[in-house]
Ligand binder design. Structure first.
Ligand SMILES: C[S@@+](CC[C@H](N)C(=O)[O-])C[C@H]1O[C@@H](n2cnc3c(N)ncnc32)[C@H](O)[C@@H]1O
Length: 275
């Protein structure tokens, strides 16, 4: 969803925006749980990095309430238009959106908390991003990061098609400069950025063999990543067969009675300053 600023491997078309909507619905409960555990509270002034169409910023606006405030930053103008419209529809007057490079943006006023979901995944130097934003917090402020560990994604029992597609996706993400297992290292990233009292945990969903959201999730990510996968020579469009991929994955899962565990949603949090 990149209109300006650094390249973003998943692109910005309507399929990607729709995919982000479906993904946000799927990981919304895990996100809320992790943000609460991290310490997001009413009255806080919170920054949401790489806000996209604003799902996390709007959740935060509700969590901090009218006495708090939220700023969502993203480089993609189209996504921010959606985010602003949603805030208006929901009657949330305590959230605003800024188009900027979220890795380096700084407000004049300090924040109580800085949050990111699925931005560090796409960031070449996550430690530098966390360090930069930790320095923009009030004393004893909070850094809360939520990101995927794709390494945890699998079907049980494993099927050849899902295993093959997972390999294409991981290679595609890495080729495009993303780190699909960044969630596994979130706590280490926060410590390397100088944060103290670092904690966190991961949340995994278990989707039934006939749940259509599993095949839809895998096919949706493949659609957005297809240009990178084919250009890098990881797989051809014919091998991937995007038009029938979702159906074939669903068939494999149902015929083997396979449960799908999507990427682990990992949260990690900490506070700046020496312990
Ligand atoms: C996977 S989406 C996540 C959106 C949202 N945080 C969520 O969890 O639903 C990643 C977002 O980060 C944005 N992004 C990536 N690199 C960025 C950068 N350097 N500055 C601002 N936004 C960036 C993209 O435009 C995209 O909206």
């Amino acid at each position: 969803m990149s209109d300006a600023g650094p390249a973003y491997v998943l692109g910005s078309d309507r399929h990607e925006l729709e995919r982000l909507n479906q993904q946000a619905a799927a990981i919304g409960p895990a996100t809320r749980l992790l943000l609460r555990a991290a310490g997001i509270e009413p009255g806080m002034r919170v920054l949401d990095l790489g806000t996209g169409p604003g799902h996390v910023a709007l959740m935060l606006a509700e969590m901090v309430g009218p006495s708090g405030a939220v700023v969502g930053v993203d480089q993609a103008a189209a996504a921010l238009t959606v985010a602003r419209r949603r805030a208006q529809e929901l009657g949330l007057g305590n959230v605003r959106f800024v188009q900027a490079d979220a890795t380096t943006w700084r407000d004049d006023e300090p924040f109580d908390a800085v949050v990111e979901r699925l931005l560090l995944f796409h960031t070449p130097d996550p430690v530098a991003v966390v360090r930069h934003h930790a320095a923009g917090l009030r004393p004893d402020g909070l850094v809360a990061c939520i990101d995927f560990d794709v390494g945890g994604a699998r079907t049980f029992p494993a099927g050849p098609l899902v295993t093959q597609v997972a390999g294409w996706l991981e290679a595609g993400f890495r080729h495009g400069g993303a780190d699909p297992t960044v969630g596994a290292r979130l706590g280490l990233i926060l410590k390397a950025a100088g944060l103290r009292d670092v904690g966190g945990f991961g949340v995994v969903a278990y989707l039934a063999p006939d749940d259509p959201s599993g095949p839809r999730f895998i096919a949706g990510v493949t659609r957005s990543l297809l240009p990178v996968i084919t250009a890098a020579g990881i797989a051809t469009a014919e091998e991937i067969g995007l038009d029938t991929l979702e159906g074939r994955i669903g068939e494999e899962m149902r015929s083997t009675d396979a449960v799908f565990m999507p990427p682990t949603v990992v949260g990690a949090w900490g506070r700046p300053g020496p312990s």
